[in-house]
Ligand binder design. Structure first.
Ligand code: GLC
Ligand code: CA
Length: 558
């Protein structure tokens, strides 16, 4: 496995994603903020993480919760001030925690001064900072492209008599990367943050920078509202890679930043194009391979097969971001595990999986507590524009409203965005006011304070996992080899580095499993088990539901 040699520290990263809006409110307005983050620095340090990916904290009208930026070098008023950010930075530095800022440069907010100027006329100095197009000859939008959040991807601006393009909401106009002056603005903004002490960036929605010449119709089938998605179709073009390389050569490379590209792939193999060090693009990638929320398509077998495929693809020349959760996905224990009978062992099993596969583990806030999905009883309780659009499309398709709501309950990004559950006081200790999004009522049972007191909790399990990574370089640097088990839900793999071999065995099922003879050698030493509450590995041939154990193999076996 390779990152570039001067970036050896990247292999030791354990990244914690903070979605500030939902982390901790410090002033009672119901919205999490930077002073709120500062209240929990000890918590983060004790967890053992050494990097934070901070979802956007820039000035924003919050059409898409900060992913619509109206001031790249300012802090969102609701989140605090630049002085608060600097205090956060200093706290991170003092604790050896690296900062990855979320960088959204596919689009800005329509309230960004650049856009306000660009839309004002056809001949202002920023007129080509965004993507403008004349109406179709017969009138109406230039082509059939659909916005990811519903409707046409084009919005009319009477002052120019033209349409502008927005892959996401109409308040998120796409920036025109073809314009050298715009690129220069972005590069100098990145430089400015690097100069302020950030260690890297998670780069949002970065596969769509170049739009096809001539803006042809998308060949994809129309959605129920008549428009056709085009974002995956245009993803990853040579021109887009060229722009990423410019960012690298101009900013990332010279400053030695760690970068995580959020990339959309049509084939999983395309990830190599973004992370092969020879191509000078990103350190690692968070890939989206459609469908994004793989409710119907994932299986335990596929998770490990994918890991094996990635190893074959990147083992010698790349690096991975390893995650099951983020602010765009349902809660992992609800999606991949069991949030009912086997809540605790399945949450631990998922943690063990992520922290023992090759690559950098990413934890999303609340995952370390086993936070679960929350099914709102009405579409009006959802906040996310994507959920609302998906609901509309389902109804247009003729889906019955109750069924459509059930789909949203499973898939919605709001599942991950309900406030952090700190303790069992009202609103889970997140706010003294009214939270911007309802707190999951299970906070009285699932919360950080309770888990802090309970040495067998999921929280303590995650601390142990992260500590093991520091003790066993095989986890951060080891080779990967899948071990056949004969069962699609019994997974096993080895990680080997120098003279050390670790073996992970996971019963990824709500049924007991029979362990093939010899899979776990007699003298293997159990380091950590998802049944730590029950005393851990029993040494018997039957594994309990969601039983997962990390073993250290005796040197002779290695
Ligand atoms: C990324 C973000 C997501 C956002 C979108 C548009 O996918 O993770 O939250 O809605 O980009 O910026
Ligand atoms: Ca607040």
């Amino acid at each position: 496995m390779q990152t570039s040699p001067q970036q050896d520290w990247i292999q030791d990263l354990v990244v914690y994603q903070i979605y500030p809006r939902s982390f901790q409110d410090s002033n009672g307005d119901g919205i999490g903020d930077l002073p709120g983050v500062l209240q929990h620095m000890d918590y983060l340090e004790q967890l053992g993480i050494n990097a934070i990916w901070l979802s956007p904290v820039y000035r924003s009208p919050n059409d898409d919760n900060g992913y619509d930026i109206s001031g790249y070098q300012e802090i969102m008023e609701e989140f605090g001030t630049m002085a608060d950010w600097e205090a956060f930075r200093d706290q991170c530095k003092a604790r050896g925690i690296r900062i990855l800022m979320d960088l959204v440069v596919n689009h800005s907010s329509d309230e960004h001064p650049w856009f306000e100027e660009s839309r004002s006329s056809r001949d202002n100095p920023k007129s080509d900072y965004y993507i403008w197009h004349d109406p179709a000859p017969a009138g109406g939008p230039p082509n059939n492209w659909a916005s990811v959040f519903g409707g046409s991807a084009w919005e009319f601006e009477p002052r120019r008599g033209q349409y502008y393009l927005h892959i996401f909401s109409k308040k998120q106009p796409d920036l025109n990367w073809d314009c050298p002056a715009l690129r220069e603005e972005i590069f100098s903004m990145m430089d400015w943050w690097a100069e302020k002490g950030v260690d890297g960036f998670r780069v949002d929605a970065i596969s769509y920078l170049e739009k096809p010449q001539g803006f042809p119709d998308s060949p994809l089938p129309p959605q129920p509202d008549g428009y056709s998605l085009f974002n995956n179709w245009v993803a990853g073009s040579e021109g887009t890679h060229r722009y990423i390389r410019m960012m690298h050569d101009r900013v990332f490379g010279p400053r030695g930043l760690v970068t995580v590209g959020e990339v959309s792939l049509n084939r999983p193999e395309e990830v190599v194009d973004y992370v092969d060090p020879d191509r000078r693009e990103f350190t690692m990638a968070i890939p989206f391979v459609p469908p994004v929320v793989e409710i119907a398509t994932w299986s335990p077998e596929k998770l490990v097969a994918d890991a094996a495929r990635d190893w074959a693809l990147l083992g010698e020349r790349g690096w991975w971001a390893r995650f099951l959760s983020n602010h765009d996905k349902p809660r992992q224990v609800s999606l991949y595990g069991s949030d009912k009978a086997f809540w605790e062992p399945s949450a631990k099993l998922l943690g063990l999986l992520i922290h023992t596969l090759p690559g950098t583990p990413f934890l999303y806030q609340g995952e370390e507590l086993g936070m679960t999905n929350l099914a709102f009883s009405s579409i009006d309780q959802y906040n996310d524009p994507e959920a609302k659009n998906r609901y509309r499309q389902l109804l247009l398709e003729g889906t019955d409203p109750a069924e459509a709501l059930r789909t949203i309950q499973l898939e919605s990004r709001d599942n991950a965005r309900t406030p952090m559950q700190w303790d069992d006081s009202p609103n889970a200790g997140f706010t003294t006011g009214t939270p911007w999004l309802q707190v999951n009522p299970n906070y009285t049972r699932i919360n950080a304070a309770a888990q802090e007191r309970d040495p067998a909790s999921i929280l303590h399990f995650y601390r142990a996992l992260i500590a093991l990574r520091k003790e066993h370089p095989a986890l951060s640097r080891g080779d990967f080899a899948q071990v056949a088990t004969g069962s699609p839900t019994l997974l096993a793999y080895r990680r080997t580095h120098a003279r050390e071999t670790l073996l992970t065995v996971l019963n990824f099922s709500s049924q007991p499993a029979e362990l093939p003879q010899g899979l776990v050698p007699q003298d293997a030493q159990a380091l950590l088990s998802s049944y730590n509450r029950e005393g851990g590995w029993q040494g018997t041939s039957t594994l309990r539901p969601y039983e997962a154990t990390l073993f250290l193999l005796p040197a002779a076996q290695a």
